[in-house]
Design a protein around this ligand. Structure first.
Ligand code: NAP
Ligand code: ZN
Length: 352
């Protein structure tokens, strides 16, 4: 079937309407009419060729929510009319050790990205959620338990939610733990909400003094303007865990110095050029760790969605039209988004 989308054809191109064919559903496929798609900073990194390996034309979008319009004969868990989500992955080998543990994001044969493929069969590019429809195998489709009227604000959970949830869970964030979230953008604002809901004492680190009040409303018990050395030093050696979501290279040392003995800082931000190498002594003398984490597995994504539905957690969003995507990217680069842009796909159905 024909899908209407927005694509770029080169790193310097502007988004423009683009049509392509979605595959006819296989027996285990779910066909989804996309209602809303969140705008992740990874979309921008990919579309503008900031990371190596972008395949063009590029149709980003991996925070997808919508309604099932058809299912293949072998699909058992979904039926027409269900509200569902699709995150960053649409396939993986499902047989390697990581996949068998439910960690498809670390598939040893590499998962298939929702956009910027290739498919498991090889060759093709995959096209993401800046489009009106998508066909996804059942194993990679998530159930949405939130009320239908909050669907747009659920979309960012599919990447920003799971990318912060997975490390918070892996590093056992909960009651009695002091947790920092660095960078209050799409990922960071979800990190604040989730760490708070998990029962931790949460401290937000921002470079934007204008976000102090918001950060408290989002769940931070304390807020530190990270460019203020005195404010930073007051927290020296006191954190169990820090989640760093910053999308640009920066000095990691002032944050590593805030960790307790045995504390860990996990980097989920993936800047186009490297951070300056962190000071080793800062790590050695307190057995501190700097780690990384990639999105989250499918079962864990469902767990996060169910947790958010039960705790009434959604993203704070600004709804945009598909046609607004270029200004939205420029505003994201200026940290001027509260806190996630979500594209209303009705705008695509209306226009060319
Ligand atoms: P975002 O909405 O642009 O938020 C990033 C935040 O980082 C900004 O709001 C800003 O917060 C802070 N920041 C930006 N530039 C900075 C600078 N030069 N110095 C210090 N702080 C700065 O982006 P996002 O969608 O949350 O994504 C964040 C990063 O995570 C991106 O690199 C993205 O590709 C990556 N990502 C990784 C994964 C994964 O699986 N690991 C998944 C999704 C996204 P303040 O204004 O509060 O300082
Ligand atoms: Zn993302």
């Amino acid at each position: 079937m024909e899908a209407k989308a927005y694509a770029v054809h080169s790193p310097t191109d502007q988004f423009a309407p683009f049509s392509f064919e979605r595959r006819d559903p296989n027996p285990n496929d779910v066909v989804i009419a996309i209602r809303y798609c969140g705008v992740c900073h990874s979309d921008l990194h990919t579309a503008r060729g900031e990371w190596p390996g972008t395949r063009y034309p590029c149709v980003p979008g991996h925070e997808i929510v919508g309604e099932v319009t058809a299912v293949g004969d072998a699909v058992t868990r979904f039926s027409q009319g269900d509200l569902v989500g699709v995150g960053c992955m649409v396939d993986s080998c499902l047989s390697c050790a990581s996949c068998r543990e439910g960690l498809e994001q670390y598939c040893e044969r590499f998962f298939t990205g929702t956009y910027n493929g290739p498919t498991q069969e090889g060759g093709d590019n995959t096209y993401g959620g800046y489009s009106d429809t998508i066909v996804v195998r059942e194993e990679f489709v998530l159930r949405v338990g939130h009320d239908a009227d909050r669907l747009a604000a659920v979309a960012p959970l599919l990447c920003a939610g799971i990318t912060t949830w997975s490390p918070l869970r892996h590093w056992n964030v909960g009651p009695g733990k002091k947790v920092g979230v660095v960078g209050i953008g799409g990922l960071g604002h979800m990190g604040l909400k989730l760490a708070k809901a998990l029962g931790a004492h949460v401290v937000a680190f921002t470079t934007s003094p204008s976000k102090i009040e918001d950060a408290r409303a989002l769940g931070a018990d304390e807020v530190v303007v990270s460019r203020n050395e005195e404010e930073m030093k007051a927290h020296s050696g006191s954190f169990d865990f820090i989640l760093n979501t910053v999308a640009a290279p920066h000095d990691l040392n002032p944050f590593a110095a805030l960790l307790k003995r045995d504390g860990a800082m996990t980097l989920v931000g993936a800047p186009p050029s490297p951070h300056p190498s962190p000071d080793v002594g800062n790590l050695i003398f307190k057995r501190r760790s700097i780690a990384g984490s990639l999105i989250g597995g499918i079962a864990e994504t469902q767990e996060m969605l169910d947790f958010c539905a039960a705790h009434s957690i959604v993203s704070d969003i600004e709804m945009i039209t598909m046609q607004y995507i270029e200004p939205a990217y420029e505003r994201m680069l200026r940290s001027d988004v509260k806190y996630r842009f979500v594209i209303d796909m009705a705008s695509m159905r209306g226009a060319g």
